[in-house]
Ligand binder design. Structure first.
Ligand code: NAP
Length: 246
């Protein structure tokens, strides 16, 4: 149980982040539902959590902005008094082959996915050290583990998250702060809905379990890493991918 804990989930208005927010709240954590553009949908997540008897608040913040990410964490600390769990889930794709990828699409993806996670970790670390404990869970991807044609920008950001996770884990381990990554495979969300049938069929062919995963598969892994049961696990990459990256 996560009763009394305070969790921040970035990109929690939709998809995987939304499910993580609801799952951590169901375990008893007060959850900050961060979003960038989807105000209405973030409000729905908060309403669902509150109707189920949980505690939640929606906060807008573009996590790729260093100053704004700092303001987000300051607000959370002022409102809730602490931050026990940070889930860096916010992420975007701008797919394209290397030969055609624009500089803008490379920068946008790396700035959102990788720097966004850095910004939030950077602004939460001091508070977690002060609290003498914390859990940071960074959402990577199978693309960051294996690479993926058409995703040079995205795979770089997600592989970067793995290096950043292991480095931060080494820095913060003696402070009782664990830092782990989850590398989802193909999960049914709006991010994968836009893929063509041909791409989806090609993906399924590479998944030993022969099916896409669901948001709950990732949320349950995040809840485990946030729980006391995972107290001795740090610096790891948990692949939740139907066997894709084994
Ligand atoms: P999604 O349905 O497209 O949702 C993305 C979420 O990220 C939204 O809540 C969005 O908020 C938020 N976001 C985007 N840019 C942001 C920013 N600058 N600041 C704050 N929030 C921002 O994606 P998803 O499929 O749930 O993916 C969630 C995470 O899992 C991502 O990191 C993704 O790379 C990773 N992942 C997904 C899959 C998959 O198959 N779906 C596989 C591997 C890894 P707004 O709507 O408010 O803009």
């Amino acid at each position: 149980m996560l009763t009394g804990k305070v969790a921040v989930v970035t990109g929690a208005s939709r998809g995987i982040g939304r499910e993580i927010a609801k799952t951590l709240a169901a375990e008893g954590a007060a959850v900050v539902v961060n979003y960038n553009g989807s105000e209405q949908r973030a409000a729905e997540v908060v309403k669902e959590i509150q109707e189920a008897g949980g505690k939640a608040e929606a906060i807008q913040c573009d996590v790729s902005d260093f100053e704004k990410a700092g303001e987000l964490m300051d607000h959370v600390i002022k409102t809730f008094g602490r931050v026990d769990i940070l889930v860096n889930n916010a992420g975007i794709t701008r797919d394209g082959l290397l030969m055609r990828m624009s500089e803008e699409d490379f920068d946008k993806v790396v700035t959102t996915n990788l720097k966004g996670a850095f910004n939030c970790m950077r602004h939460v670390a001091r508070q977690m050290i002060k609290q003498k404990g914390g859990r940071i869970i960074n959402i990577s991807s199978v693309s960051g583990v294996l690479g993926n044609a058409g995703q040079v920008n995205y795979a770089a950001s997600k592989a970067g998250i793995i290096g950043m996770t292991k480095s931060a884990a080494r820095e913060l381990a003696s402070r009782n702060i664990t830092v782990n990554a989850i590398a989802p495979g193909f999960i049914n969300t709006e991010m994968t809905q836009v893929l063509s049938d041909a791409v989806k069929e090609g993906a399924v062919a590479q998944i030993p379990m022969k099916t896409f995963g669901e948001t709950k598969d990732i949320a349950d892994a995040a809840a485990f890493l946030a729980s006391d049961k995972a107290r001795y696990i740090t610096g790891q990459v948990l692949c939740v991918d139907g066997g894709m990256a084994m």
